[in-house]
Design a protein around this ligand. Structure first.
Ligand code: GLN
Length: 550
């Protein structure tokens, strides 16, 4: 097997930025010429995060093949510029589901099915699947969610322990991310939590090879040495992950400390210089962008938890760099928007964005915000539910369909401009897809990448500079073609359609500086150095529109 494995665990507490740290290391190894893939193992019992509340778990990231995954996969894709799939994320729920399915099928031939070996074997199989195929990567980075010591994470750690001895040294490496807090009262850094955490990891049979210390400031060399001695790793195997204002600076910071070099040496990867020109260009772009700014209002209902719009946030940041301007986000709770307070809520904003979402709460506020953007000619970008709301708003206030709504919110309205399409041709599965109201919630979404044909001369086509694109979806409802003609007659342009013309993917309004809605989630494919064309065009328009001095 050519693939080398890097196992990343975390200790002390959660939210240390393990996903970004792992992705940054992946980016560096890629810059050194290795092909890299990543995998996230999540200890929770949900089969995937698709049904989880964004308030609890943050965004659900969708892969091209239609898997609903942990938001860390978004970091992996953005930092390493790879396209991941279903096999790059597994949960305890999924592993158990597979094991129980096998048990019911009789695959275990009557034996007692147990966590060890059956569940751990399934985990190992999942991890090793990354190394299969002709295009197996040089390095697979596997991140275990949660914190060492969590009961539910145990089977994963046991599986990794076994893999370590089976793969042998030089073929795998264990990196442990911990916290080194600074105690103001004592005026010093404290290494005890790290020592305990490494010991906790060791109690599962895994000796950390590299320790990555999250801390406020760079650690002095003698402290790193102390950690190395107490935690039984090489003196030069303790690194820091310092708090930074911009996460895209992390790969360069890791490199400056020599992290990629140490990992490459320990894994016996080919020696060579890392080509960091892209990362340097990006940071130069950020520096250039810092001179000007544009405010964008995001009108949604998950505004209290920024993680719920992670990819969206990043896509806006990327578009800012591309336009050499800083994008300042103003999160507006859609529940607060009324016809009377739009002027106040959106004062100073260059653009208004309504992101995706589920459920009726806050929808009327989103519609009011959209009406304001349309009437005041403020650049508007609607994504998924945001597009659906834009269609409803236009139907109600321009096309004379006062009862316009989505079937998601009203099953009885005669003006279901957004509805549950019963049958449509699925270009990804190459088959006709049939849906019904009663089909279970987890399985009826249109998920993953679908082709979209752009209308010549439209704003969308101009932004993309292409005739056909592929974008990722995650929604249940669609635009209702029965209303296409009446909306067109009133000026709406359907500028993106499925190749057979059956599904509306993008709508826009000519005669407005920039008013575009898309049924898909463009944010999933934005990259730091390759801002998504629609976001890029939206920010360009917002910047042009932005009130002076705002
Ligand atoms: N709730 C809408 C639907 O299911 C939109 C989903 C979304 O915005 N991701 O179609």
């Amino acid at each position: 097997m050519k693939t080398k494995f890097l196992f990343v665990t975390g200790g002390v507490l959660s939210s240390l930025g393990k996903g970004i740290a792992a992705a940054s290391l992946g980016a560096l190894l890629k810059a050194r010429g290795s092909s890299v893939t990543m995998q996230k193992l999540d200890p929770y019992i949900n089969v995937d995060p698709g049904t989880m509340n964004p308030f609890q778990h943050g965004e659900v990231f969708v892969t091209g093949d239609g898997a609903e995954t942990d938001l860390d996969l978004g970091h992996y894709e953005r930092f390493i510029d790879i396209s991941l799939s279903r096999k790059n994320n597994a949960t305890s729920g999924r592993i158990y589901h597979t094991v129980i399915t096998k048990e019911r099928r009789g695959d275990y031939l009557g034996s007692t099915v147990q966590v060890i070996p059956h569940v751990t074997d399934e985990i190992k199989r999942t991890v090793l699947s990354l190394a299969e195929g002709d295009d197996a990567p040089d390095v697979a980075i596997v991140e275990v969610g949660g914190t060492v010591g969590d009961i539910e994470g145990m089977p994963f750690l046991e599986a990794l322990r076994q893999l370590r001895s089976e793969l042998g040294r030089g073929n795998c490496l264990s990196i442990h991310l911990t916290l080194v807090p600074y105690l103001k009262a004592a005026g010093e850094y404290k290494t005890k939590p790290t020592q305990h955490s490494v010991k906790e990891l060791l109690s599962t049979g895994i000796q950390a090879d590299i320790i990555l210390c999250r801390c406020e400031q760079p650690l002095p060399p003698e402290l790193k040495k102390k950690i190395a001695h107490f935690c039984n790793v090489d003196e030069d195997a303790v690194f820091t992950s310092v708090d930074v204002p911009n996460v895209y600076g992390i790969p360069l910071a890791f490199h400056a400390e020599g992290l990629d070099e140490k990992v490459a040496a320990m894994l016996r990867l080919p020696a060579g210089e890392a080509d960091l020109s892209g990362w340097k260009r990006l940071m130069a772009g950020f520096a250039e962008a810092s001179g000007s700014s544009v405010q964008i209002a995001i009108v949604g209902k998950y505004v209290e938890l920024k993680e719920a719009y992670k990819s969206l946030h990043e896509a806006l940041v990327h578009a800012g760099v591309a336009n050499r301007t800083q994008v300042v986000l103003r999160y507006v709770n859609s529940g607060d928007v009324t016809p009377d307070n739009c002027g106040e809520l959106f004062r100073g904003c260059g653009g208004i964005l309504v992101p995706g979402g589920f459920g009726y709460r806050g929808v009327e506020g989103k519609i009011e915000a959209i009406r304001y953007a349309r009437e005041q000619k403020i650049p508007f970008f609607g994504i998924c539910l945001g597009m659906q709301c834009a269609v409803i708003e236009f139907a109600r206030h321009v096309a004379g369909l006062p009862l316009a709504n989505s079937e998601e919110f009203s099953s009885s309205t005669p003006h279901k401009v957004i509805y549950l399409m019963k049958a449509w041709y699925d270009f990804r599965k190459h088959a006709t897809e049939v849906r019904s109201e009663s089909s279970n919630k987890g399985g009826t979404l249109r998920l993953g990448a679908y082709p979209c044909v752009l209308r010549e001369g439209s704003k969308a086509a101009a932004a993309y500079g292409a005739a056909e694109v592929s974008e990722r979806h995650r929604h249940r409802y669609e635009f209702n073609n029965a209303f296409r003609e009446v909306l067109e007659r009133h000026g709406m342009v359907f500028s993106g359609l499925s190749p057979d013309g059956g599904l509306v993917e993008i709508m826009e309004l000519p005669g407005h500086p920039w008013f575009v809605g898309c049924q898909f989630h463009p944010e999933f494919q934005s990259r730091p150095l390759r801002a998504h064309p629609l976001f890029r065009a939206f920010i360009a328009a917002s910047r042009e529109h932005a009130p002076a001095g705002a």
